[in-house]
Design a protein around this ligand. Structure first.
Ligand code: ADP
Ligand code: MG
Length: 709
């Protein structure tokens, strides 16, 4: 037996007290007691209510302390104002776990928030683990425990569900009962004063009854801890999450491109991707995936075989396969020969295999069986529409019997209404996920394939790219000493240099004559840029000249730039001009970072230049990241093909971008005081030519942080 986790008492208590049990049907305190009494729970159930003798045939106690026997779990349904004193009683009685159903806490304004704080504090003092408050409760189908006020309980199965929303949980349970989806455990944790997402992930990590973890969340209190635990658990079983709405915490002014492009949704997406969590974008998708993962194992590859009794739906499935990044398997000669042998001449023997509308169950099953045997096929999607000769129920039985003999997943799409009822029941009982539309079957399969690939990947190693961090502190201190937190190109370049990023040769000039000398030293052509702590977007005000070809042009450019800037930004403090080596060739990309309130530093990548904020073609990861994710970030943007050299373009030095992403990841991890930064542009040369940070900007916090994250 695996060691029991600290939450197991919530699911398998020997005795339960319902504090606030009511005599009146329809009241929450009555419905919970009824569910506990009639749900098949084998342990002791004690109603607690000082004003009743007996409820539903059970002796009633005035307080939990009056119960003679021991009590493992208290379900608290009293008004909010009485919850704390009930908790005191529970402590006295030695109860270690409590479900607080009562509302009137943090969701109910300042007074409720204060009450919730006290509840949390008291629970810690008394050593009581708490689910809730403001929740629907807990179910466990294996022990028949139904400590909720929901009507009915889903059948036994191996999906475990946690939900932050009680209302949604009610709908989910209702729907699951109707669809026949089987559950192991269910927790509505409401406000989550104690038990939350991470605790439940830990509790279900090694739970043999839980094969798939499903979660509905609105936010996470501790992003870093979630990622760490979720990644570990994902290696053992799939975690499917719907994350809805939620507010963007602490909107603040953003000074960088990265800051304006990164929202909390990008942060969640990145965190889920990095920890193997499968994100569903609707409750419908959540169920589609839960059923797929609960009933079938993920496919070992992306090649799909399709069997259908109708051309149109077969094509729809085929289109979906391509759209979702799966492949239509090219069938083995042996399979085609076998199909030719038994199928009518008008049938299609190639993928998608069309057994025709007049196919009875045996012909359909025969085709499915041969697809499953084919070494080129990793999974089968079985499409059926009700036609004159179709026997949906027999076909479902035939399909299920060949599916169990194969280790490849089979997903069904049986289209049609009442005609399919019997078939759906068979498929559900025999653990073949079935969907009303081909797209949903195929999409679920695609997500399973992705998960399998994630499992097969070696862990992404986080390696230090450079040891050197001194010098950076000095730059930050100097800026702060002047009362600034926005570091322009000159200072940001110092920081990047300390981290080994290539930067163009540059010198500061304070006169036209000096500018010309520097330009000669560098060698023409050169670039000239204004230096001012008050100007962050230099080219907007004519503060950048690219391609200065000789001494005279350098002198003229200096004078003109000074004149222009003084005209456009008369109050700006000017520190001279930066004369810079012109980086002739290369593609402009942006590498940046911003800090997310939940997950900490995010690293961003995109094609650079002026359109980055319009096109929003960027990708994110949570730092620190390893090589594999850095590479993945580059592949993820829509215009990645350009960098790889599509349409006769010269391929770019992807390795140099990867290195820069890793450096930025390390820099923002080492220095928590970096709020935002971007290198825009990073000019990336051809393969082997490297990349140069041509411009950069960093925003730091006002206070100093200890370096070394
Ligand atoms: P800002 O973003 O503040 O307007 P940049 O330093 O990014 O100023 O310069 C604007 C543009 O000029 C860059 O996007 C790049 O296209 C070009 N540029 C700037 N510096 C160089 C350089 N050293 N070599 C080549 N091109 C440069
Ligand atoms: Mg720039």
């Amino acid at each position: 037996m695996p060691e029991k986790d600290s939450l197991h008492t919530f699911f398998e208590p020997d005795s339960v007290a319902i504090v606030g049990a009511s005599t009146k049907p329809g009241k929450v305190g009555h419905d919970i007691l009824r569910n506990m009494v009639t749900g098949g729970f084998q342990g002791e159930v004690y109603p607690v209510n000082p004003h009743a003798e007996e409820i539903l045939g059970k002796k009633c106690y005035p307080r939990v302390t009056a119960i003679e026997g021991s009590v493992d779990l208290a379900v608290i349904v009293v008004p909010a104002a009485a919850v704390l004193s009930v908790m005191q009683d529970c402590g006295e009685k030695g109860i270690g776990t409590a479900i607080v159903i009562s509302a009137g806490f943090k969701e109910a304004g300042p007074e409720g928030l204060e009450r919730e704080r006290e509840l949390g504090k008291l629970a810690r003092e008394l050593g009581i683990r708490v689910v809730g408050p403001n929740c629907l409760g807990v179910m466990s189908t294996s022990t028949g425990l139904n400590a909720t006020f929901a009507a009915g309980m889903p059948k036994r199965g191996n999906v475990s569900l946690m939900s932050q929303s009680g209302a949604l949980a009610t709908a989910i349970i209702d729907w699951s009962i109707q669809q026949g989806v089987g559950y192991s455990k269910f927790v509505s944790f409401g406000n989550g004063v104690d038990v939350g997402v991470v605790d439940l992930l830990r509790a279900w990590e090694d739970d043999e009854e839980t094969k798939v973890i499903v979660a509905y969340i609105e936010g996470l209190p501790n992003g870093a801890e979630f990622m760490q635990v979720a990644q570990r658990v994902s290696e053992k079983k799939p975690i499917i999450v719907v994350k809805s709405g939620g507010t963007q915490a602490g909107a603040r002014a953003v000074s960088s491109h990265t800051g304006s492009l990164a929202g909390s949704e990008q942060a969640y997406d990145a965190a889920f991707t990095q920890s193997g969590v499968i994100r569903a974008h609707s409750v419908e998708e959540l169920f589609d995936l839960a059923v797929a993962f609960a009933y079938q194992g993920p496919p070992r590859g992306r090649s799909v075989g399709i069997v259908t009794n109708a051309g149109g739906p077969g094509i729809m499935a085929t289109d979906a396969v391509e759209r979702d990044g799966l492949r239509l398997a090219s069938l083995d000669q042996e399979t085609i020969r076998a199909l030719r042998e038994k199928l009518p001449e008008a049938a299609n023997f190639y993928n998608p295999v069309d057994v025709l509308g007049d196919a009875e169950a045996d012909r359909y099953t025969y085709a499915a069986e041969h697809l499953l045997r084919d070494g080129n096929v990793d999974s089968v999607v079985a499409v059926l529409t009700p036609q004159a000769m179709t026997h949906p129920k027999e076909t479902a039985e035939g399909l299920a019997s060949v599916a169990v003999q194969s280790d490849k997943p089979v997903l069904a799409c049986f289209m049609g209404g009442n005609a399919m009822d019997g078939a759906l029941q068979v498929l559900n009982e025999r653990r073949i996920p079935v969907y009303p539309y081909p797209e949903r079957a195929v999409h679920s399969l695609a997500r399973m394939a992705e998960y399998r690939e994630w499992l097969n990947e070696p862990a992404d190693e986080y390696i230090r790219v450079v040891p050197y961090t001194q010098g950076v502190d000095g730059v930050f201190e100097a800026a702060r000493a002047e009362g600034r937190v926005d570091l322009g190109e000159i200072e940001a370049r110092e920081v990047l240099k300390a981290y080994g990023v290539r930067i163009p040769e540059s010198y500061v000039a304070r006169s036209a004559e000096e500018a010309a000398e520097h330009a000669e030293k560098i060698g023409f052509p050169v670039v000239m840029k204004i230096i001012s702590p008050d100007i962050l977007h230099k080219s907007d005000i004519g503060g950048v000249r690219v391609g200065i070809r000789d001494r005279q042009e350098a002198v003229d450019a200096y004078e003109l730039m000074m004149l222009r800037v003084q005209r456009y930004v008369p109050d700006a403090v000017l520190r001279g001009v930066c004369v810079q080596e012109l980086i002739q060739t290369g593609r402009e990309v942006i590498v940046g970072s911003t800090r997310d309130p939940q997950f900490g530093p995010l690293v961003m990548f995109g094609l650079g230049g002026i359109y980055v904020e319009v096109l929003k073609d960027v990708s994110f990861r949570v730092a620190p990241l390893g090589k594999r994710h850095a590479r993945r970030m580059i592949d993820e943007i829509r215009s990645a093909a350009l960098l790889r050299g599509a349409r006769g373009e010269k391929p770019s030095d992807i390795d140099a971008i990867v290195d820069t992403l890793l450096v930025v990841s390390q820099l923002v991890t080492d220095f928590p005081e970096i709020v935002e930064m971007d290198i825009n542009p990073l000019k990336v040369g051809g393969i082997g030519e490297g990349a140069v940070a041509v411009d950069a900007r960093i925003t730091i916090t006002e206070e100093e942080h200890a370096a070394g994250g």
